[in-house]
Design a protein around this ligand. Structure first.
Ligand code: BGC
Length: 348
């Protein structure tokens, strides 16, 4: 601890309550973009919890622009941040800022997305990314009853941003469930696009996912055949696929997966246009990270539950993995409304 006198006491809820006698420790929080609902929630939750815990917070959003994120983090360091929490736009492009953090002995927590190719990453907190993919793949497998039904069924795949380390985990988790059925011919990918690089969506952009889906539909499904399932790695890409289907498709609606339970996708789920989403409660992740920040500042042992999985090409980063769960029309009320994540009005 470099400055300020910070005392921590554990409250009943297990959250660190920090009382500052000189000045509050400053925490820099760098978020990728305001374009997606989830990052706004992540940022707001963290700002509130960190402030409630007695920290000073410098929260910045980088408009999905790597150079902006780099500058913002460097500024946070110049302005005395004692811990950095970073959700990277591109996991391997923040080397300069991470070097600067290391020179200043500032611990860095990678938030949700792993920071790659650097030994200056102290901890990683995320939802289990491979499990997110497993949940999506299993949903398709169970809903099509692949072990019993004859098929064949048509499947298409839309994955995430190649610059985001998570995207490959989501893809792999799902494809590991579905691949045996693709190999057996029970699932047919008419576009022939199954490799990550062919199905990826730069920056997770809805419009990009939509354009690619429109091409697939006009090239492979203009003969009136159905798409039975469309694996989408998250809600922003699912929305693109849903827009393409709405404009270019007359067949039976496919099973469509997503992730985040964003409001638009939850509404699409209620309207029967998206089948499921993976719920990653941003309050859970924010609370975990606030707890870790408190532990770092107080020189306590930091809570991690995985020390093997997340190799960033230089070190294996000690991680805390939260558990994702699936949401669909049958359980969304309990998960999202009863838990206070959304009000009923927000979903109307
Ligand atoms: C996050 C997802 C999110 C995606 C797009 C990923 O790194 O884990 O929750 O949907 O980025 O922002």
């Amino acid at each position: 601890m470099k400055k300020g006198l910070v005392m921590a006491t554990a409250t009943l809820a297990g959250v660190m309550a920090i009382s500052t006698s000189a000045f509050a420790a400053k925490v820099g929080v760098s978020m990728p973009t305001k374009d997606l609902q989830r990052w706004n929630q992540d940022g707001a939750n963290m700002e509130k919890e960190l402030t409630d815990a007695g920290f000073e917070v410098d929260l910045q959003y980088a408009s999905n622009d790597v150079q902006t994120q780099l500058n913002q983090i460097q500024n946070m360091i110049s302005q005395g941040a004692e811990v950095l929490v970073i959700a990277a736009i591109e996991g391997s492009s923040l080397g300069e800022a991470l070097d600067m953090a290391a020179e200043n002995e500032i611990p860095v927590i990678a938030y949700d997305r792993l920071l790659m190719d650097s030994d200056a990453v102290s901890y990683y907190a995320t939802f289990d990314n491979y499990m997110v993919g497993t949940v999506q793949g299993t949903y398709i497998k169970d809903t099509l009853d692949l072990d019993n039904a004859d098929g064949p069924f048509n499947l298409e795949i839309t994955a995430g941003d190649p610059g985001d380390n998570n995207a490959r985990y989501f893809y792999q988790g799902a494809v590991d469930v579905l691949n045996p059925y693709i190999e057996e011919g029970k699932l047919v990918v008419k576009s022939g696009q199954t490799e990550f690089d062919d199905v990826a969506t730069p920056l997770w952009a809805t419009e990009t996912a939509q354009t690619r889906a429109e091409n697939i539909l006009s090239t492979n499904y203009a003969d009136g055949s159905n798409v039975d399932a469309w694996l989408c790695s998250n809600d922003s890409t699912a929305l693109g696929v849903e827009a393409a289907l709405a404009a270019n498709y007359n067949g039976e609606y496919p099973i469509i997966t997503g992730q985040d339970c964003d409001i638009l996708s939850t509404k699409a789920m209620i309207d029967g246009k998206q089948s499921m989403s993976v719920f990653k409660d941003t309050r859970t992740l924010a609370s975990q990270v606030v707890k870790m920040v408190g532990q770092i500042i107080n020189g306590e042992e930091v809570d991690v539950n995985d020390t093997e999985t997340y190799d960033n090409n230089v070190i294996v980063v000690p991680s805390y993995l939260c558990e994702p769960v699936f949401a669909d029309i049958n359980n969304y009320k309990e998960l999202l409304i009863d838990s206070g994540y959304y009000t009923e009005d927000q979903l109307q």
